[in-house]
Design a binder for this molecule. Sequence first.
Ligand code: GDP
Ligand code: MG
Length: 598
Amino acid sequence: IPRERIRNFCIIAHIDHGKSTLADRLLEYTGTISERKMQEQVMDKMELEKERGITIKAKAVRMIYKAKDGEEYLLNLIDTPGHVDFNYEVSRSLAACEGALLVVDATQGIEAQTLANVYLALEHNLEIIPVINKIDLPSADPDETKREIEDIIGLDAQDAILASAKTGEGIEEILEAVVKRVPAPTGSASLPLRALIFDSLYDAYKGAVAFVRVIDGTIRAKQMIKMMSTGKNFEVAEVGMFNPDMQPVDLLEAGEVGYVAAGIKNVIDTRVGDTITDAEKPAKQPLPGYKKAVPMVFCGIYPAEGEEYEDLKDALGKLRLSDASLFFEPEISAALGFGFRCGFLGLLHMDIIQERLEREYDLNIITTAPSVVFKVIKTDGSIVEIDNPTNFPDPSEIDYIEEPYVRASIMLPTEYVGAIMELCQERRGEMKDMEYINEKRVILRYDMPLSEIIYDFFDQLKSRTRGYASLDYEITGYRKSEMVKLDILINGEIVDALSFIVHKDKAYIRGRQIAERLKDVIPRHLFEIPIQAAIGGKIIARETVKALRKNVLAKCYGGDITRKKKLLEKQKEGKKRMRKIGNVELPQEAFMSVLKMD
Ligand code: GDP
Ligand code: MG
């Protein structure tokens, strides 16, 4: 199919607005996949992803559509992740397209994440086709949705397509609009090769496979290619297209979307955003916009049972094969033993990895409180980046500290504005702007420390607005902040895995909360256990777990042997989940207690 009849597009939608369902309908309508195979949603591959109803990784699929003008068109649909943690991947997927379907749920209207992605698409000069979905529902309000699209985004919604991904209404109209309105790709097959990597996966047989949009030139098997960010060379083993499964083809040329396998062992070498060029005849400039994925949130992950260390190492290694943005390195905690310091793009990414370790690898893990990366400027002028409270320098060596800030956009119904302004205030937010979308909804914009967002901000936002708020944020840079390291002492000993870095105005309250919570989860022992919170050796809060009264045990030594046995058994079971800190048995949940705010 000639380049004039290729269309590369993606779908932008807020979670649950119907992106996956619509993608399924498009595949069905074009006969790309039979209805029988359709039972599984094709675009959401991972089980976890389906349960959470989110699209984690971008995927691509190729469709042949016979349009009303009688011609056959090749349509490449590139799926984009719908979560703020994966914004960079979204931007690379958009860069691979000429057009986007903007899907908005007619019962919900525009949400924060939709808005963020539309702006990204506009930056990349994509042709945007508004689609108003779920019009089959009685509560659908397409006119209001159109108004929102015009007022908030400033797009002409006159000819927005009314659709139902459920009933199939509007699907043909969408395909016709893609053909008519999305421009054909430009670029030249005779220029040196430049292919944009917008995603990758790890395949047991093919190794790391790069998903690419060829911008210039051609790529075929046996060709020597160069990754422009690292300068590494590989010999192409296979190129192909998504049908939707991988299907080899002879070559990919300018304008086309497909995959490249080159016996690459690790996805680290197929970096999203990187440019593939010809090793013998390299392009002068890589494509713009490449950024190395930088982990923003770190935590310690330890095996609950020490013997599982090797298994954990193995599992993290396997996950890393297919996830170049997952970082890990060994670390040792006095309290938890051997484990790993892990870095993630954001909290959702962290949750996903933890859940996969537990579910897919059947591991029992303990995680420590997530931390952002602080910059500590020392009195000797040197700067250290701290992602682990254990490495926090002595206060006497610190000149000042900087922490990462975000610009957060929160979209919510007007009746919750008061509650959410209060929440943002509590989280050291600085209000930048408030914009009315209509009488019922507003956008609040705040500058806020990232560290405040990672402590259950999203959960709080949801619960204080009964689920009606949506959040989007982007990192804006570092700002000076008065941070301190808070230590927790149990029975006089600092438990390193419970330390964290906190703003000095909040240290007192957090210290007290954690001490109280620990008091509730630490079982009584035969002796009294003091729990203390301290900053640089100064105690700021104290609680005590009282000693067991001797006569409780004494009673068991009577005649009732079964009762004694039961008690011992129960103790044994509990022990499995316990960590010994000095001579105190600490239950696993103690380590989680630093995560919750209130
Ligand atoms: P995604 O998160 O954007 O991929 O959304 P999904 O495609 O997973 O859809 C979210 C929910 O909305 C699912 O329960 C779908 O069955 C439902 N849904 C999607 N499109 C429509 C529609 O046009 N009408 C109705 N009634 N439900 C829809
Ligand atoms: Mg989906």
